[in-house]
Design a protein around this ligand. Structure first.
Ligand code: DX5
Length: 221
């Protein structure tokens, strides 16, 4: 599975969000993640279903809602209706992970489960056969522009082995936080198949197209 560079719009200019998403798509981005934060699961408040709906209107690629909210089961239907085709919930945010994964699937969406940096891989052991994606947070969730946590690389490699040994190679291994041209190849070499990138794509130093090309070059493709 070739590695996908996905845009996290958290670092985009929200005053021109549609243009920023269109610019990313024109640059070659085929996957956009919307970071949903409730001020409780993470110490920040971001956006809701209405922003997912707005992005859906201008973006034809994979639209992914990363729910950093407590009791995500209360809102997955609204994010599905808004146009998210992949919905990721945190294992630390719900008491009934299997039930919420089933709920997402019954809504016709793909299901992802996310792990905070200190949460061990054993937390997803039972749910792995039921999901389409596992997200390893390589920063503590809540903000863009943070530094990559170096021990994440070992965690990625261990998850890669778990998925391969269990014949679950179709499950996306997504990594989110602090990924830049300087470490993107290391993250992919460890086994990641989807890279969530915010400030590495949306920044004042270069256009989205230039940043995307630099990341692709760092990946050697
Ligand atoms: C943080 C979000 C990330 C963030 C990534 O909680 O989940 O998606 O936007 O931004 P960078 O790439 O700047 O770390």
């Amino acid at each position: 599975m070739d590695a996908t560079i996905a845009a996290s719009i958290l670092s985009a200019d929200f005053g021109h969000l549609a243009d920023q998403v269109i610019e990313a798509q024109a640059a070659g981005v085929s996957w956009v993640q919307v970071d949903v934060m409730d001020g409780r699961f993470v110490p920040n408040i971001s956006v809701g279903p209405m922003v997912v709906r707005s992005v859906r209107q201008v973006f034809s690629g994979v639209l992914d809602a990363h729910l950093m909210i407590v009791e995500p089961e209360r809102y997955v239907a609204e994010f599905r209706q808004a146009g998210a085709e992949l919905i990721t919930v945190h294992v630390e945010a719900t008491r009934h992970l299997h039930r919420v994964v089933q709920q997402i699937k019954e809504l016709g969406a793909r299901a992802g489960v996310a792990l905070n940096p200190a949460t061990p891989l054993s937390a997803v052991d039972e749910i792995l056969p039921y999901v389409d994606l596992v997200l390893i947070m390589s920063v503590n969730p809540g903000f863009g522009g943070q530094d990559y946590i170096p021990s994440s690389t070992g965690k990625i490699a261990r998850l890669r082995r778990m998925l391969d040994e269990r014949g679950l190679g179709h499950v996306h291994l997504q990594v989110d936080g602090g990924i830049k041209a300087s470490n993107v190849a290391e993250v992919v070499a460890a086994g990641a198949t989807c890279l969530i990138i915010g400030s590495g794509l949306y920044n004042k130093k270069a256009s989205v197209a230039e940043s995307y090309a630099t990341l692709r070059a760092a990946l050697g493709r």
